[in-house]
Each structure stands twice: as C-alpha cells, then as structure tokens.
Design a protein around this ligand. Structure first.
Ligand code: ZN
Length: 78
C-alpha cells in the first residue's frame, strides 16, 4: 500500500484519472485509511476544478495553473 508521500506524489495523476487501475486502487485504499490525505485530495480536486474554470474563461490555463500552484505553495508541481 502507498504511504502518504507516495499517495501525494500521485495526487495530480489520480485527479487527472491517468493512473493505471492498480495504482488507482492503491491510492483509494490509502485514502480509506488516511483522512488527512482525503482532505488534501479534496482540496486539490477543488483547485483543479477552479483551474479548469479559469482556463475556459481566460484561455490561458498554464499561466493560471502556475499562479494557483504558487499560491498554494506547490511550486514543485509546476
Ligand atoms: Zn495519507
């Protein structure tokens, strides 16, 4: 099973639904046991949703995404 760090590393891939089935299952199993990670995933999911909305309006999703990731202290993911 994934630990928190492994789970977090896959967060964006998971939210983009680009993980293979085995990895998705591992992430879900971790989330079943780890409420703090559920919160993080939920938060990031909302952020991604917001980025999608901004992207549709502004037509510049990459810049918006970078700005939001920086604002969230997630520069490493840019
Ligand atoms: Zn966790």
């Amino acid at each position: 099973m994934f630990n928190c760090k492994e789970c977090e590393e896959r967060l964006y891939t998971f939210l983009d639904r680009e993980l293979d089935e085995a990895e998705q299952r591992e992430v879900r199993e971790h989330l079943d046991r780890c409420p703090p990670c559920v919160d993080r995933f939920r938060f990031e999911g909302n952020v991604l949703h917001a980025i999608g909305a901004i992207g549709r309006k502004g037509g510049c999703p990459d810049e918006a995404r970078k700005r939001i990731l920086r604002a969230c202290g997630k520069e490493a993911l840019i």
